[in-house]
Write a protein that binds this ligand. Sequence first.
Ligand SMILES: *[C@@H]1O[C@H](CO)[C@@H](O)[C@H](O)[C@H]1NC(C)=O
Ligand SMILES: *[C@@H]1O[C@H](CO)[C@@H](O)[C@H](O)[C@H]1NC(C)=O
Length: 858
Amino acid sequence: MKRCHHLCSLLPLWFSLVILFLNSHISNGDNVTYDHRALVINGVRRVLISGSIHYPRSTPEMWPDLIQKAKDGGLDIVETYIFWNLHEPVRGQYEFEGRKDLVKFVKTIAAAGLYVHLRIGPYACAEWNYGGFPVWLHFIPGIKFRTDNEPFKTEMQRFTAKIVDLMKQENLYASQGGPIILSQIENEYGNIDAAYGSAAQRYIKWAASMAVSLDTGVPWVMCQQSDAPDPIINTCNGFYCDQFSPNSNNKPKMWTENWPGWFLSFGGAVPYRPVQDIAFAVARFFQRGGTFQNYYMYHGGTNFGRTTGGPFVATSYDYDAPIDEYGLLNQPKWGHLRDLHKVIKKCEPALVATDPAYTSLGQNLEAHVYKTSSGACAAFLANINTQDATVKFNGNTYQLPGWSVSILPDCKNVAYNTAQINSQETTSEMRYLSSISEGTEQPLSKLSSSGWSYVKEPIGISKADAFTRNGLVEQINTTADASDYLWYSISVNIRGDEPYLVSGAQTLLHVESLGHVLRAFVNGRLVGGRTGSASNVKVSLSQLIILDRGKNTIDLLSATVGLQNYGAFFDLWGAGVTGPVTLSANGVTLDLSSYQWTYQIGLKGEDLSLFVNSDDSDSLWVSDSTLPMNEPLVWYKTQFEAPAGNNPVAIDFTGMGKGEAWINGQSIGRFWPTYTAPSDGCSSSCSYKGAYSSSKCLKNCGKPSQQLYHVPRSFLQEGANTMVLFEEIGGDPTKISFATKKTGSLCAHVSEMHPPQVNSVAYPEMTVSIQKPGPLVHLTCPGPDQIINEIKFASFGNPQGTCGSYSHGECSSTDALTVVEQACVGTNSCSVAVSIKAFGDPCKGVTKSLAIEATCSS
Ligand SMILES: *[C@@H]1O[C@H](CO)[C@@H](O)[C@H](O)[C@H]1NC(C)=O
Ligand SMILES: *[C@@H]1O[C@H](CO)[C@@H](O)[C@H](O)[C@H]1NC(C)=O
């Protein structure tokens, strides 16, 4: 009795502990659902800002900083694709370490307090090699990609389940208390599904139910899939998505890819997108009912190794994203969008509560108002014309610059206008260090060189595993993408009495190839080459050659530059010399296409792993004074010390032709500084007004598409570092130089009338009236330990020019420099009011502005 009494008295406590534990376990997980207006997390509709950062396009050492910068930029979510061919290079052999450490990446995002959108695909596109598919998939008997095909569906389901299980094991879904609130299945299939006929619908229904059956506890999306079956949400990708609506009134309006720039191709100019237009597109989307948008990319990064697709996608995947390839803020883009996110978040209660009510304010002038019964009100006023306009709204007058949206989080005061940048701008500076073999003067760090050694890659067949075939073979089927390179070799015997081949006379060699790059060698000498382009990957070579009496060897080196990643049946495009290959002379043609050819997959130096520092291959390297220059097919090696400091590092490959580079055994990607952008198609300035397209704003015409190549700091070590290059065309490695990148000047240029408004201005973090004291200019050094050490320029009046080259106008306050110096020098961050109160009035009756250029200590 007593014992029982004792135990019984404890039982209720014990029960309540169990219940407490169970409760806390359940409430650890987030319940993510959706409705017509928004994603719903734990019963609350949310406005969510997301950005893409692809884990293998940076390094684990860079992830925390990139993610923190994403959070500081106002993001709620980090989105990434999953790259199947990265994780399963050989069927059944999975790799998840280093840059492939998906779990670590997701946990790093969680540690920063952000959510994750996992786009599993497993088709990724992403300008990634073969769209992310492993090439071994192509060799499964009977397989047809991305359609109602059993072998394909089996593999797709197996890999998708593998990723979902991995995430579940680590409790990474929101339903388990983790950060993943959303997943994607397939990717942009609706763009091309017509080519797959009626099987496409069956496939998409299967993909939807397969995904749902994996029971992640969070919603799935399909992008660009207007017939996405319930409960999958169909979402929009594009430069603008305000006109999009989902296929059901029970689904929210979501934008999975807002492109803040565009990718770079070798042979192309560098695309960029003005931030005023991106902000306009985002504001329009939220104005017209959107509640989720993702920047593709927020940090683009680098295509290391042979991971680029295209073909011809460059090694840099900078994308003109808010965080640049090197991890530095791309200003004013990052800051202007951060300011936008803050204002949109202020509107969140009204945005999620209701659909917007639309009123026309004139031609192409639109007001949308979100108003709740509890009194929350947010308004968006848009001017879709390119000319400025004045509109009346709720009895007040508003100036709307052309192609802009003003956001009024209280339906009265303009807190933000997309065309008016209040955020600081920065220039970035590439600081060149010594050329690594010249070992030149300081302050160029301790870069030094042990000189260069080299290995000549044999021309033609040199490997024991070479083989013969009758006729010409397709390259991807043959190499399975084990290398960029495939040799096609044939011997032609000239007796001297042939009617069509006369020894010593000129013969026309003609070669047709599916691409991407072709080099022709006759009797060991390079006789010609052709390079495809992103818009036409095929190459055709017609070259006059001289054949000798007796045996002649024709060696054709075909190279791929990233496998196709987009389009219907992209997997079947093929590459390499599929013919015809002919020799012609005296009007007679000899077709060699069906003759016996000898093939070699890859390079001898690849087989020997010359790019890895090892004792085995050490003896192969030649160090003598006759370093081969401007010769095709040479491996080069040198040692150097890493540039001092922590600033990101780049290599300038000027002087080299085309090839691949390794630092301490890690590939930093293909280099190709000799492939230049067309000389036309760029303009000195590009208006943000009017609809954007990927070819609208281009720079770098006539220059190398990519000259600088990122070397992540974590690839470098103290003391000696080894660089190995394979040069395909011919180059001079002694011209290579290093650079480090840092933020140069901080700049701001703000008008006293900014933003245009009648009464008062609600800024993200303050409320000020327009004249007293006027808008504030904020300057903040990029690093927390840095201080503003110099005001290089300050002018209040009508200064002109752009960051780095401001000049005084005819109206200019004499106090400007002193006022700004007093406010800013010696501080990490400062604010200066743009007003005559602070600066005096140098020209009465004229609208004035303040321009500042400052530098921070390093
Ligand atoms: C999750 O939320 C939805 C709607 O907000 C609700 O219907 C559902 O019961 C919730 N599920 C759980 C497990 O709490
Ligand atoms: C590759 O091989 C497959 C199977 O042998 C064949 O069907 C296909 O046409 C080949 N692809 C190309 C591009 O030649």
